[in-house]
Write a protein that binds this ligand. Structure first.
Ligand SMILES: Cc1cc2nc3c(=O)[nH]c(=O)nc-3n(C[C@H](O)[C@H](O)[C@H](O)COP(=O)(O)OP(=O)(O)OC[C@H]3O[C@@H](n4cnc5c(N)ncnc54)[C@H](O)[C@@H]3O)c2cc1C
Length: 465
């Protein structure tokens, strides 16, 4: 049997797309036949095994990617297990000349990447890695004194300046041309990863999401046509579809942040209407928050587990009474506080929650119920299709008031006032709660707010109790 012609191997990770994919592009122009690989490690060393909703989305997105790759003549191989061991086995079985991958900006993922690259190099396989997930590599952004930014506004100003000067166009690549001889896609390959739970609870998610690059591009284009100009006016109203709902697509890299940024900048340059310009700028700033989350996670790799303000890890910072019962009521949307319950049911039903309601639900859990933000973050991690270590950590620490650039502790969201302001006709609440009878409130909003402020006073005095 003739020896296999050596391959260019593209290791897919959070870049499940063909367009604007630097690693895939480099492999395709390398002159070698191209092979794609995905490795799912169900027990990653960093402890952040994927949550249920995230796994469902990933499964669907990989099926779409496999189909797209088949059209350009690239087969996708899927492996399940410890990433280093699986890659080692693969490299011994197949003739690989070069390994290409896009880096993932997460502490545990960075280590996996370094190990795998070292492994490939020991086998004399050339390795090329690319920056992809955020607009700029997090290590390139620092204050003048070399320390990380802790506050969003100066961070985003600095990043925007750097982007204005250098642009992102060099990272935009056209979709590769279809092959003359496309391949059949074998869904059993993706099934091997065992991403779906045996109990088909996830079927309901199909009504809300269609993962994959083509759907993400269509959703982005619809958002540009219909909603971005009014984004600044409508983004806070959960009953309206005022936001892009692109968070899961961005998390899995079905759409690149660089493309999003370049398209929005292009639009900004051609829009004269001040309202529309405000919408585009505001949307870009939200992409900026995503960027900031990566900056902070890179600077503080332990932040998914530990409050950045260490005072919030002291005894007495969180209420200890009835946590289990109250936590369950919050998870099930049975707190008796309509906006919180509507949000938690939206999350359970659809795998997503509107940002305004995420803030209100997180504030209620951490301040009114006094439950540690880690417990809320863990629930979101398991139930969000867009669960993202950097954004989830930033969101929770920001609301709990223990992060770097946090909402001042005393600004405790009042869910009733928030509902009156952002869901004035009660449309969102009715959509998720129906006309059923709400249980009695788990806590009195005023009294629990006062208790939160007392706990906070004790925390800043350094007292316990
Ligand atoms: C407690 C809490 C937990 C959160 N957990 C996550 C999470 O696990 N994954 C996640 O992607 N987002 C998270 N967010 C941020 C935000 O709620 C979602 O990104 C947003 O609701 C997604 O909807 P969208 O795509 O329609 O957003 P849009 O309003 O259309 O914004 C566009 C994109 O900008 C990014 N973005 C927007 N707001 C933020 C933000 N505050 N922080 C970081 N990125 C942002 C997202 O990638 C989003 O898709 C969390 C926020 C809070 C308060």
């Amino acid at each position: 049997m003739p020896a296999e012609r050596p391959f260019a191997l593209v290791w897919f990770r959070r870049d499940l797309r063909l367009q604007d994919n630097p690693a895939l592009h480099a492999a395709l122009v390398s002159g070698h036949p191209v092979l794609a690989l995905y490795i799912h490690d169900p027990r990653p060393a960093d402890g952040w095994a994927l949550g249920g909703a995230n796994r469902w989305y990933l499964h669907q997105s990989l099926l779409a990617l496999q189909q797209d790759l088949a059209e350009i003549g690239v087969p996708l191989a899927c492996l399940k297990g410890d990433a280093e061991g699986e890659m080692k086995g693969f490299l011994t079985r197949r003739a690989v000349a070069k390994l290409y991958c896009n880096r993932v900006v997460e502490p545990g993922q960075g280590e996996v990447e370094a190990d795998l690259c070292a492994l490939a190099e020991r086998g004399r396989i050339e390795v090329e890695t690319f920056h992809d997930d955020s607009l700029l590599p997090p290590e390139r952004v620092a204050k003048k004194d070399g320390t990380p930014y802790k506050v969003f506004t100066p961070f985003w100003r600095h990043v925007s300046d750097l982007l204005q000067r250098n642009g992102v166009e060099q990272r935009l690549f056209p979709r590769p041309r279809p092959a003359a001889d496309p391949l059949p896609a074998d869904p059993l390959e993706v099934e091997k990863l065992g991403l779906l739970d045996a109990h088909p609870w996830h079927r309901k998610l199909q009504a809300y999401w269609s993962p994959g690059e083509s759907s993400a591009l269509k959703a982005f284009s619809r958002f540009l046509q219909e909603r971005i100009d009014g984004y600044d006016d409508w983004r806070d109203f959960p009953a309206r579809q005022g936001t892009s709902r692109l968070s899961a697509a961005l998390h899995f890299g079905e759409l690149s942040a660089a493309r999003l940024y370049a398209v929005c900048q292009g639009r900004l340059a051609h829009k004269a209407d001040e309202g529309a310009r405000a919408g585009i700028r505001r949307f870009l700033a939200e992409i900026g928050w995503r960027e900031f989350s990566r900056h902070l996670l890179h600077a503080y790799p332990r932040s998914p587990a530990i409050s950045l303000n260490g005072r919030f890890e002291r005894p007495g910072a969180w209420a200890q009474d009835h946590n289990d019962r109250r936590l369950r009521a919050w998870q099930r949307g049975e707190t008796g506080i309509p906006l919180v319950d509507a949000g938690m049911r939206e999350l359970w039903e659809s795998g997503w929650m509107h940002n305004r309601v995420r803030m209100v639900a997180a504030s209620f859990l951490t301040k009114n119920l006094g439950i540690h933000w880690r417990q809320g973050a863990a629930w979101f991690w398991d139930t969000l299709v867009d669960a993202d270590l950097a954004s989830n950590t930033l969101g929770w620490q920001w609301v709990a008031g223990c992060g770097t650039d946090a909402a001042p502790y005393y600004r405790i969201f009042n869910p009733q006032l928030q509902a009156r302001k952002f869901d004035p006709a009660g449309e969102y609440i009715r959509r998720w709660l129906g006309d059923g009878i709400e249980p009695a409130p788990l806590v009195d909003l005023g009294a629990s707010r006062d208790r939160a402020l007392q706990r906070y006073q004790a925390v800043i005095r350094g007292a316990s109790g």
